[in-house]
Write a protein that binds this ligand. Structure first.
Ligand code: HDE
Length: 728
């Protein structure tokens, strides 16, 4: 992790975008209050009345201005991705990519391109929990010297549908049901699974959405994907297909489903807070940008269609080349002005980047600008500071609600002689964008290509590539989701679909639902057929893909060599052994972890040497689901108090249940003896056992710290779930 002090000399990193934002920022420190017309306000506490106890007067323009502004403070939330969090940062390419693309920001390794990123969930409203089982949005706006480039991606590399015309149906199905607006931010209900069970093309994405990828530990620990196939175009006009990836330097990690549900109650802002706190403390999140390149002539070389957004290109077939790095190094100054008003759009491209004919991508090219017109109130949303490019804008677009620019001159049309024909078109050599001249010779039809009809081979590939715990989690997720579905016919159809992906998967879910697995189910009919269509023409194809596994699809192999930014809870009370507490604390913090002391009461504890040690939380305000690991230091009185505290024992039980690393000083063993996992405490604490079991108990604080670091870096010990008999 890059540290704040290494990168920054001042609070606000100076770059073209911070300078571009500066004239639009306001800081009231030391200022007097005035109205929007600049009139100084003498009394902001009382409205104007006829006498002290009299009626309020309509004349009170100061009251009316304030109340009117307040009455209109809210704007429509995004129809999808309403709940989100943003951050500023920079992107740098590692080396020039001139052979692939002429995009300036991908050709100059000395250039730091400012970026603004917004992460989001999809289905929930603006105030919903961060921990919903859902896809995460991963939208990046690059403010390049050639205009804005938006990479509007997700944390999963495929999508539910193949044609944008089905998007409103998908979203109507997943959003709360229209009669009672239940459930919030959840796909576990009848309308979603009714739709999915009739849309076999969603099978692959359903596997991702039911996997641990839908429950990230942190925005900082998830991958991002452009999903569609895009085009790179170089200066000679040679094009290649490209898929974009973001690879987090902290690895890819998730939480457990039970944990996610509890976090939603204890801290619905968990991901937002995590991102904010990491940036505030100088632990700047980093991702490498990766590309998979397919030369134009290889377009038809694959078993799937590159234009089909329900397919990924396995990394075994086309490796991901890491081409640059993004660092998020500044929190927004104002959530509404920046995170809420930022407007992303796939059509924001720069020369050297172009589109493919993926029908989902093509539909998105319409939707994103269209939606801003109602969300942000008109066509001038590009003038909102966060959306402005860092290059000045000159064209003949004029007027409209809330126009900011004062365009000079009489000519707002071209060609013109009155203004010497300015602004002029730019030649390609001057950076003018020219669309890739792809040859298209076709009939105008409403149809879907047969090459899109294999709906199962990559769903199977994904499931087969998962580790055993990951497979169990998919079974559990589907058992939960379909368990919430009331109509038996929907569950039955889904079991049929699952049995086409994997028999064990279907059997596991069928067991939980206590329903039979359909025997020899027929390939489901795709119900998205035209009124006059023949269903047989729309049947899915059963294709056996030549690849049976792809390691990159599992999270099991993610790097497990760091505890940077992990949150560790110390459970302590008065009389704590100061030496062991400080030794372990210092050791964890020196590796970049964040230690918080949790005690029966707030403010501080008194150590065995009578030192006041600050406390971050009491058991009332903390919960184990908000931490990655837990440690119980020694000290006779402290150990006795922690052991006697039901919340402390619950904390430990829950941390164990959620497969987290647990450590205790040997003198605190009586605390572990009060937990239900006492019999699971290993008898040796060799590195091998620690990596497998995740529990460390010793009386040597130095040794404990070393082994605890090793345990925490493993993230989770999923084997514990096998016992399947855990309270809390
Ligand atoms: Fe979006 N999507 N989407 N989407 N999408 C929006 O645009 C849409 C899709 C994604 O943080 C909306 O400004 C259609 C895929 C992100 O502001 C809207 C289709 C992917 C965000 C819209 C898709 C995405 C959005 C709502 C199918 C991953 C949040 C508000 C053709 C590659 C951006 C807005 C932010 C937001 C339409 C499918 C990613 C309505 C029609 C696939 C990250 O325009």
């Amino acid at each position: 992790m890059a540290k704040k002090k290494d990168i920054l000399v001042q609070e606000q990193p100076a770059n073209d975008k911070t300078e571009n934002l500066a004239p639009h920022t306001a800081d009231a420190t030391g200022e007097l209050m005035n109205t929007n017309t600049g009139l100084r306000i003498n009394d902001d506490q009382n409205s104007l009345k006829a006498g002290e106890r009299g009626a309020t007067l309509l004349e009170d323009f100061i009251f009316r201005e304030k109340m009117t502004h307040f009455d209109h403070e809210r704007i429509p939330e995004r129809i999808v991705h309403a709940r989100g969090s943003g951050a500023h940062g920079v992107f740098k390419v590692y080396k020039p990519l001139a052979e692939l693309t002429k995009a300036g920001f991908l050709n100059d390794p000395s250039l730091e391109t400012p970026v603004f990123v917004r992460f989001s969930t999809v289905a929930g409203s603006r105030g919903s929990s961060d921990l919903a089982r859902d896809v995460r949005g991963f939208a990046v706006k690059f403010y390049t010297q050639e205009g804005n480039f938006d990479l509007v991606g997700n944390n999963m590399p495929v999508f539910f549908i193949q044609d944008a015309i089905k998007f409103p149906d998908l979203i109507h199905a997943v959003k709360p049901e229209p009669d009672n607006e239940i459930p919030q931010a959840a796909s576990a209900h009848d309308t979603f699974w009714d739709f999915i069970s009739l849309m076999p093309e969603s099978a692959h994405m359903v596997m991702w959405a039911m996997s641990d990828r839908a429950l990230p530990r942190s925005y900082r620990m998830m991958e991002g994907f452009g999903v569609h196939t895009f085009r790179f175009v170089n200066a000679e006009g040679v094009s290649s297909f490209v898929k974009f990836h973001w690879k987090p330097l902290l690895g890819v990690h998730s939480v457990a489903w039970d944990e996610a549900q509890k976090i939603s109650g204890k801290d619905p802002d968990f991901h937002r807070r995590d991102l904010w706190d990491a940036i505030e403390s100088g632990n700047f999140p980093e991702w490498e940008l990766g590309v998979q390149i397919v030369p134009e002539e290889d377009e038809f070389k694959f078993e799937f269609d590159l234009l089909d957004p329900t397919k990924l290109i396995p990394e075994e077939l086309v490796p991901v080349q890491r081409i640059g790095k993004m660092t998020l190094n500044r929190n927004p100054d104002n959530f509404f002005a920046e995170t809420e008003q930022v407007a992303f759009h796939l059509g924001h491209v720069v020369p050297g980047i172009d589109f493919s004919n993926d029908p989902l991508l093509q539909g998105r090219l319409f939707s994103y600008t269209d939606t801003q017109l109602s969300r942000l109130g008109g066509p001038n949303f590009q003038e909102i500071p966060i959306n402005r490019p860092i290059v000045p804008v000159f064209n003949n677009q004029r007027d409209g609600h809330m126009r900011q620019t004062i365009n000079k001159g009489k000519a707002s049309y071209g060609p013109n002689k009155i203004g010497d024909n300015f602004p002029q078109q730019a030649k390609a050599s001057e950076g003018g964008f020219t669309s890739y001249p792809e040859r298209i010779d076709a009939r105008k039809v409403r149809a879907r290509s047969k090459s899109f009809f294999d709906h199962f081979s990559q769903a199977k590939l994904f499931f087969n590539s998962q580790s055993d715990p990951e497979k169990d989690h998919i079974v559990d997720a589907l058992s939960f989701e379909l368990g919430k579905v009331k109509e038996a016919a929907i569950r039955e159809r889904m079991l049929g679909i699952l049995s086409l992906i994997d028999q064990n998967l279907a059997a596991g879910v069928a067991f939980a639902l206590r329903m039979p697995v359909p025997q020899d189910p027929e390939l489901p009919v795709n119900h998205s057929i035209p009124a006059d269509g023949d269903p047989a023409d729309y049947d899915s194809l059963m294709v056996e893909g030549s690849l049976s596994k792809s390691a990159a699809l599992s999270m099991a192999g993610t790097p497990k060599d760091s505890i940077a930014t992990r949150k560790i809870a110390f459970l302590a009370a008065d009389g704590v052994d100061e030496k062991s507490l400080m030794t372990v604390k210092d050791a964890l913090e020196s590796q970049g972890a964040v230690v918080e002391i949790i005690a029966p009461r707030q403010s501080y504890i008194l150590s065995d040497g009578d030192t006041q040690i600050p406390v971050q939380h009491s058991f009332l305000t903390a919960a184990s689901v908000l931490f990655d690991a837990v440690y119980v230091p020694g000290g006779t009185n402290s150990v006795a108090s922690v052991e006697a505290d039901a919340d402390a024992i619950h904390f430990l039980n829950e941390a164990f249940r959620h497969c987290k690393a647990v450590a205790a000083d040997a003198s605190a063993i009586q605390v572990l003896e009060a937990t239900y996992f006492v019999k699971k405490i290993p008898t040796d604490f060799s590195d091998e056992t620690v990596v497998k079991e995740g529990i460390v108990v010793t009386d040597d604080p130095g040794e404990l710290a070393d082994k605890f670091v090793l345990a925490i870096s493993q993230h989770r010990f999923w084997d514990r779930e096998k016992a399947r008999k855990v309270p809390s």
